[in-house]
Design a protein. Structure first.
Length: 234
């Protein structure tokens, strides 16, 4: 389980996160929602170690990882899919995936390419092709697959639906749901597409101006019309 405890972040005089507390539990999807500027990406960058916190703690399976360097966190079981679908375009699909397996949390468990190809058959069909030829949706599948090659305990995703066709979003979100339910993965999903995120999430957290303004079961949040109109845009 990933636990965020009273986390605060400053960018100079700007208070970007204000005492944020939430958790991502094994076998469940936690959706972090809010408008642009709410603090969602700052939260993920702080979890991953790219932005230092001012105060608070980040705890993974009982271990305080707040000050652990970003490059060491995958080896502890935390994998992140950043916004932007970054792949190494000169490498093949399979080579990109193998890079994800270099930092496996469980060194005794071999990275499983076939598992990723079963999840995303289009990657298996084109495994020897350069990542350059992939569409935006296929690149998102590749970066999710690359993160999973590290056999994480917690998978953190930043806006995975951004700019993708609804059909691809449905496929990726269905895969995330299956990973949580069938494999017990803890998923922390940051999304501006609140409607879609809440449809697959177990729990939701709403940020506004760096503060948690609501958190509850996903269905409860989705049914709250005042909350939806004020913060979620649907």
């Amino acid at each position: 389980m990933l636990s965020i405890e009273d986390l605060s972040v400053h960018y100079g005089p700007v208070h970007a996160l204000r005492g944020v507390s939430l958790s991502a539990e094994s076998g469940r999807i936690t959706a972090v929602l809010g408008a642009n500027g709410a603090g969602k990406t700052t939260l993920l960058r702080t979890i991953s170690g790219l932005v230092p916190s001012t105060s608070g703690r980040i705890v993974l399976d009982g271990q305080d990882i707040t000050r652990v360097p970003a490059e060491a966190k995958p080896g502890l079981g935390l994998s992140q899919v950043p916004e932007g679908r970054g792949v190494i375009t000169e490498l093949s699909i399979e080579e990109n995936l193998k890079l994800g397996g270099l930092s496996r949390a469980d060194k005794s468990k071999p990275a499983d390419l076939d598992r990723i190809y079963d999840m995303f058959p289009v990657l298996g069909e084109r495994r020897d092709s350069a990542a350059l030829v992939l569409s935006g949706g296929e690149r998102q599948m590749l970066v999710v697959g690359r993160a999973l090659m590290a056999t994480p305990k917690v998978l953190v995703l930043d806006e995975p639906s951004l700019g993708l066709a609804p059909r691809i979003v449905t496929q990726i979100f269905s895969t995330l749901r299956r990973l949580a339910v069938d494999e017990g993965l803890a998923v922390l999903l940051v999304e501006q597409n609140a409607r879609s995120a809440l449809s697959i999430a177990d729990h939701g957290v709403v940020l506004n101006l760096g503060k948690v303004v609501a958190q509850d079961d996903a269905q409860v949040l989705a049914a709250d019309s005042n909350l939806r109109h004020a913060y979620l845009g649907f």
